[in-house]
Each structure stands twice: as C-alpha cells, then as structure tokens.
Design a protein around this ligand. Structure first.
Ligand code: NAD
Ligand code: ZN
Length: 345
C-alpha cells in the first residue's frame, strides 16, 4: 500500500509499504479515505521530534471505513465510517475510567515515532488502530469526511484549549497564532461565550481568515501588547489561548493576560524546558494550563457543534491534494502558503 513516510529533515516521501494486519484483539484496520497535514506534523518535518526514524509512516488526522476488527472490538463494525483520535485510549485503565483519555497508560500517538509508542501514522491507504472502541468514533451521516476529520484532532484540541481557558460569558479572549488550530480556537472561544476575540499572528492571509471569523486581527510585528491593552481598557485579555507552541508565544501569552487571567496553551512545546516568568505570574495571580487534547472525551460535543453548524472548520481548507502529492502539501503548509491541506487517499 501507499503511505507517507518521513525520510529526513524537510523530506517526506510516498512509499510502498506492507499492509497492516490486526495484531491484538482490541485493534481495527481502517481504510483511510481522507487524511490531513497538521501543525504537529511540522515539528517532525523540521526534525525537532527525536525518535522519528527515516521510513516512519507519519500523519494522525484521518477518516475512513472500518475494514476489519479484532475479536474484542464491540462498538465498531466493518463498513462503519469513522473518525479517529490522534492518540489512542484503552478505555479501561484508571485514567480512561475518569474520561482522562489522553493520559491513558497505554496511550500512543500515530506517526510520531518511538517516543510516543512507535505507532505507524495514518497518511496511508490503511491504518492499524489500537483500542478501536475508544480511539475511533462513528461519523454521523449528515457530516462530510472533511468536516468529521477535524474532530479527530485540531477542532477537539481547540475545544479543549478553550474549555480549559475558563472563559466567562462576555470575556475578551486573545488567541495567539492563527494557524489551523488557532482559527479553530477562535470559533471555540465564541462557543464558550467570548464577547470579543483578538487574534494574533504575522501572516496576513491567516489574520484575514481570523477577521472573517469575527476576530480583531493584530499583527504581532506591530506592538501586540499595546494593541491588546488598547482593546481591553488597558487591562489585558481575560483569557489567552496559545496555539503556536514556542518560547516567544508563551512569553507573549504571559504579557497579554490581565491580573487573575487564565492562559491555556494548545501549542506543542517540543523543548524539555522553557523560561517561566515566576515573578510576573505571582504578581498577576495567573492560571496556566498546558496540554495534549483529550480527544475521545470531546468527540460528542465537537461532532454535535459541527452538525448544528455552530462551528465550520471546512473554511480553513485551502488545498485538497492526492496522497501522492503529500510532499508538495508539506512544503506548501511549511511555507504558510496553505492553511489546511487535505489528502484524499
Ligand atoms: P501552524 O504551524 O500552521 O500554525 C502556527 C501559527 O502560529 C502560524 O500561523 C504562525 O504564523 C503563527 N506564529 C508563529 N510564531 C508566532 C508568534 N510569535 N506570534 C503569533 N503567531 C505566531 O500549526 P497549527 O496546525 O495551527 O498548530 C499549532 C500548534 O498546535 C502546533 O504546535 C501543533 O503541534 C499544536 N497542536 C497541539 C495539539 C494538542 O493536542 N495540544 C493538537 C494539534 C496541534
Ligand atoms: Zn495533529
């Protein structure tokens, strides 16, 4: 079968690889029909993620049809159309029983190498899905593959980030980063009651998309702290939602939040440690939340918001390519010339 593989920094290749087989009774094989490239794929594309060996099948955003299930799989059948979480969850450990699936003791990430369970990715014709009952979710008939795909990663991530921002109705929310995740965060902040969303980035086309979603765009190159103060009675944002994952944006988030404000970060920090402004946080009574999305816990809410039309992430899709064109898609996305790249398999 064909699959997208990582071959070296800024190099991916569509290769012929062996078809996956069910190895454990809790697994399923899914025939992927729609995949996508995520900002998290860029971390490994840039060579920042250790443990991704050349030849690793990458990707973790996917919708497809269940082809085969192991003997323990009970909620998913062959022929079902499913969306999958980017991380697996067993459903039975202590964390899963509390619905804290992203801390599952058996949690693996698709296509992220040996540090995350060495599970082959899903930018491929077929994928092996561990713990299929909890990792996969049926797609409602009235949603397209493209809509549902967002529930498996970035829309659930955005929902999780906004939820953990503790937004109160009427709040002013600053969203740092207007990539696909940030643009989903803007939509989710409104679902949680934000009166005003200020969107920060430096890419004009992305700031324009944020504006189209009703946010006030601010170019980070032009004194963003002053701009946010001017829009918030000189106080700063009630809530800052970070959607980049860099030292610069974490620092900016601390500067943008008002006293007693909350920062919720969805960006993946690939560094082991970053400077923490302890003094500023103490003086400002800040709350900081960071973390990987708990996707199986969000599936229901996110899919219902999509069905009701409250959120529409398909406006982010700028390119629909074939799986064979994945190397071109990665290059475009890396150069910020694409927002969301869909790969039809
Ligand atoms: P992306 O790379 O397309 O978007 C990042 C955006 O941040 C870009 O538009 C870029 O111009 C902007 N940016 C960079 N530096 C900035 C700065 N100093 N100030 C303001 N904006 C800046 O990627 P994406 O798909 O939107 O993903 C964003 C982040 O979310 C990545 O780190 C990704 O790994 C992470 N992510 C996390 C989870 C999770 O579970 N927490 C899930 C999916 C993605
Ligand atoms: Zn992702």
């Amino acid at each position: 079968m064909k699959a997208v593989t990582f071959t070296g920094t800024r190099q991916v290749r569509v290769a012929d690889v062996a078809e996956p087989k069910v190895q454990e009774p809790h697994e399923a094989i899914v025939r992927i029909n729609t995949a996508a490239i995520c900002g998290s794929d860029l971390h490994l594309y840039h060579g920042r993620l250790t443990g991704v060996e050349p030849g690793t099948i990458i990707g973790h955003e996917y919708v497809g049809i269940v082809e085969e299930v192991g003997s323990q799989v009970s909620s998913i059948r062959p022929g079902d159309r499913v969306v999958g979480s980017f991380h697996t969850a067993c459903g039975h450990c202590w964390y899963c029983r509390q619905k804290l699936y992203s801390q599952c003791v058996h949690c693996c990430l698709f296509g992220c190498g040996t540090r995350f369970g060495n599970l082959p990715g899903t930018q491929a014709e077929l994928a092996r899905i561990p713990h299929a009952d909890f990792t996969l979710h049926p797609v409602p008939d009235d949603l397209s593959d493209e809509q549902a795909l967002f529930a498996g990663d970035i829309l659930s991530t955005a929902y999780f980030c906004a939820e953990r921002g503790n937004i109160q109705p009427g709040d002013t929310v600053a969203v740092v980063g207007c990539g696909p995740v940030g643009l989903c965060v803007i939509q989710c902040a409104k679902v949680f009651g934000a009166a005003r969303v200020i969107a920060l980035d430096m890419v004009p086309a992305r700031l324009q998309m944020a504006k189209d979603l009703g946010a006030d765009p601010v170019d980070v190159g032009e004194n963003p702290i002053k701009a946010v103060k001017a829009l918030t009675g000189n106080r700063g944002a009630d809530v800052v939602l970070e959607a980049v994952g860099s030292e610069a944006t974490l620092k900016l988030a601390f500067q943008l939040a008002r006293g007693f404000g909350t920062i919720s970060a969805a960006g993946v920090f690939t560094e082991e440690a970053l400077p923490f402004p302890a003094g500023r946080s103490f003086a400002k009574d800040l709350t900081l939340r960071v973390g990987m999305a708990n996707v199986p816990a969000q599936f229901h809410a996110v899919l219902e918001l999509l069905r009701a039309g409250r959120i529409d992430p398909t406006m982010l899709i700028t390119h629909t390519l074939s799986l064979n064109e994945a190397p071109y898609g990665y290059d475009l996305f890396d150069r910020k010339e694409a927002v969301k790249v869909i790969l039809k398999v």
